[in-house]
Design a protein around this ligand. Structure first.
Ligand code: NAI
Ligand code: PYR
Length: 325
């Protein structure tokens, strides 16, 4: 199943997320070409120079300031452009600023024409993924939001630290919105194949303090607020999360990742983008996995969808404007 060929990624937005992703991609050696686009030419040139000065230490790769023309033969276009949260702001607070930026970006990608997949990181990521689906007219499987891949990684890390096991031996998902209504799937979380609650009796290390699901989930949900308060932005872990998604696409890995995509009836939900575990390949979203959720988890997912749909109703698309005129 693993196919490797020379691959080209276009990154739109050379800020903290875009440039950290480019750096992680370079180190990982999964692509041969990285073109970066950003209207802030000074910033862009600085990032390109800095990245290029590291090329002697990694596998051969070409990193350069690109233009929208680069999208025409790209395998993957990753959008990291737009405003980020200031301390105290929610992801949803970014919507109007980033929606305007996306309209211009998607228009320019469409004008060039491309068979690439689109991967969205900008926040609020589920709504931006939805906007991209609507504006791009791409098939739904080719538009992927980074969704809760980062939140699931935070969740696995915190469980693993608490239970003294490698995070790769913890399987646990955060689903729904990448944001305040996200849902932890505790009922299916497992360590070494054991349901979460069955692991404690076989664990040889006593917990330092009583295990609190609530505390762990709150730490996951509020991680971005805490990091932004401390250092202004989050970028290392999302950079790596984007590389994980990129690898699954470009290496045709069929990894299961909690990416955001346009739902089509899963759990009775339609016309909304949010995260479920999905099989991701070179074709994009191969399959959305419908988990058997506990009733409160399914209710949480539906609440997440309702909140996102309410926000979506505030967005007007060109086609709707024309229809109503
Ligand atoms: N999905 C996730 O898990 C995460 C998402 N983010 C989101 O990623 C986005 C970027 O965050 P940062 O890199 O920290 O912000 P930043 O402010 O460092 O960089 C944003 C970049 O976008 C560029 N930009 C603005 N308009 C553009 C346009 N029309 N075309 C191309 N580039 C344009 C700016 O010049 C700037 O370089 C934010 O929306 C942030 O909330 C951040 C962390 C995690
Ligand atoms: C900023 C953001 O979305 C995160 O770190 O989760």
């Amino acid at each position: 199943m693993v196919r490797q060929k020379a691959s080209k990624v276009v990154i739109i937005g050379a800020g903290m997320v875009g440039s950290t992703y480019a750096y992680s991609l370079m180190i990982n050696g999964v692509v041969s070409e990285i073109a970066i686009i950003d209207p802030n030419q000074e910033r862009l040139e600085g990032e390109i120079m800095d990245l290029n000065h590291g090329i002697s230490f990694v596998r051969p790769v070409s990193v350069y300031a690109g233009s929208y023309q680069d999208c025409s033969d790209a395998d993957l276009i990753v959008i990291c452009a737009g405003a980020n949260q200031k301390p105290g702001e929610t992801r949803i607070d970014l919507l109007s600023r980033n929606a305007a930026i996306f309209r211009s970006i998607i228009d320019q990608i469409k004008a060039v024409g491309t068979d690439a997949l689109l991967l969205i990181a900008s926040n609020p990521v589920d709504i931006m993924t939805y906007i991209t689906c609507k504006l791009s007219d791409f098939p739904r499987e080719r538009v992927i939001g980074s969704g809760t891949v980062l939140d699931s990684a935070r969740f696995r890390f915190l469980i693993s630290r608490n239970c003294h096991v490698d995070p790769s031996n913890v399987h646990a998902y955060i689903i729904g919105e990448h944001g305040d209504t996200e849902v932890p799937v505790w009922s299916l979380a497992n360590i070494a194949g054991l349901r979460f609650g069955d692991y404690c009796p076989v664990c040889s290390r006593p917990c330092a303090k009583p295990f609190s699901k609530e505390e762990i989930f709150n730490e996951v949900k509020n991680a971005a607020y805490q990091i932004i308060k401390g250092k202004g932005a989050t970028y290392y872990a999302i950079g790596l999360a984007l590389v994980e998604i990129t690898e699954s696409i470009l290496r045709d890995e069929y990894s299961v990742l909690t990416v955001s995509s346009l739902l089509d009836g899963e759990y009775g939900l339609k016309d909304v983008c949010l995260s479920l575990p999905c099989v991701v390949s070179r074709a994009g979203i191969e399959q959305k996995i419908q988990l058997e959720l506990a009733p409160e988890e399914e209710a949480g997912l539906k609440h997440s969808a309702a909140v996102l749909q309410e926000i979506q109703r505030q967005i007007r698309f060109e086609s709707e404007v024309n229809e109503n005129e």
